[in-house]
Design a protein around this ligand. Structure first.
Ligand code: CP
Length: 329
């Protein structure tokens, strides 16, 4: 995917497609997490704090004339419900399809570009989950309204998940100087990939990528970290890093991706792993989970994953306000 990082000095054609003409420091479509700068992240997080107060008083009517469309070609529980709740808490309305491919009026699934052009004429912002990496960018390139990537492909991105992950950490401690273990099926992990890009924005961060060697983080992310002088280690043994890190970001490993199912348990967080972790470590997981995160972890005060999912509402409300305010359409 081409670089869509904000670049006010010399915007590329891709930049111009991604950002409104007169506000080059703003995101128009959210396709990949590296579009965010630290000031933009802080603006998002300040707004998210405000949204916590808005939700506590039941929501607002500020966006009652706005319509959000969710166009999901893959299943989702959290992301779709969360965006729909976010728009409703802002007073707006929602149009939704969970099986966008299956419910096309054609026998062959309609191309995302055609669907987006049409749905964009019915709505003010579109949230899309697409089975191909780059699917959200294809949508953004033709959309008359802002497009938000809710996960694209295997090895693509899931930037709003990473934003809420980072917000959850930010609510607990400073982001500069963090050490973070990102564990799981990293080569195809779109949440892990998006989070790595965001962590790279901060000073003195160190990332440990922990995975079976055959499922390790892809070179594109490692090259990006090298280019931005971000420290990282690639590791296959969870025991070698678990004592060191401030944040454990656990993700799934699908059973069909490992040769031996015992591998799954080697990367699991359970009560014996908890004993080795720092007393004030944070445990995050984008969910859903399988065996990699034992239910006995839920009662540990370091387990933040349900709070993390709840934070998604505030972050996605904040994001919607930023995109809708900026949109020239
Ligand atoms: N975390 C996440 O993306 O969950 P869903 O697949 O349920 O949206």
């Amino acid at each position: 995917m081409s670089d869509t990082t904000l670049s006010p000095a010399a915007p590329s054609a891709a930049d111009r497609a991604m950002h409104p003409k007169n506000v080059p420091m703003r995101v128009r479509h959210l396709v990949e997490s590296q579009q965010f700068t630290v000031p933009l992240l802080m603006e998002l997080f300040n707004r998210s704090r405000g949204m916590e107060r808005v939700v506590a008083r039941g929501g607002s009517l500020d966006y009652q004339n706005k319509i959000l469309a969710t166009l999901f070609y893959q299943p989702s529980t959290r992301t779709r419900f969360c965006f729909e709740a976010a728009m409703q808490r802002l007073g707006g309305k929602v149009l939704s399809t969970e099986q966008a491919g299956a419910f096309s009026s054609e026998i062959e699934a309609e191309r995302v570009e055609d669907s987006i052009r049409i749905i964009g004429s019915y709505s003010d912002v579109i949230v899309v989950r697409h089975p191909q990496a780059g699917g959200a960018k294809r949508a953004a390139q033709v959309s008359p309204v802002p497009v938000i990537n809710a996960g694209d492909g295997e090895g693509g991105q899931h930037p709003t998940q990473a934003l809420l992950d980072l917000y959850t950490i930010y609510r607990e401690r400073p982001l500069d100087g963090l050490s973070v273990a990102i564990i799981g099926e990293l080569d195809k992990g779109r949440t892990a990939r998006s989070l790595a890009y965001l962590l790279a924005k901060f000073e003195r961060v160190k990332i440990y990528f922990v995975s079976p060697p055959e499922l390790q983080m892809k070179p594109d992310i490692l090259e990006y970290l090298n280019e931005h002088s971000v420290r990282y280690e690639v590791e296959s043994d969870i025991d070698r890093v678990i004592r060191e890190v401030d944040v454990v970001y656990q993700t799934r490993i699908r059973p069909d991706r490992v040769r031996d199912r015992l591998e799954l348990h080697r990367y699991a967080i359970n009560s014996s792993v908890l004993e080795k972790m720092k007393a004030d470590a944070l445990i995050l997981h984008p969910l859903p989970r399988t065996v990699e995160l034992d239910k006995t972890v839920d009662d540990d005060p370091r387990a933040l994953y349900f709070k993390q999912a709840a934070n998604g509402l505030y972050v996605r409300m904040a994001l919607l306000t930023m995109l809708l305010e900026n949109d020239p359409s």
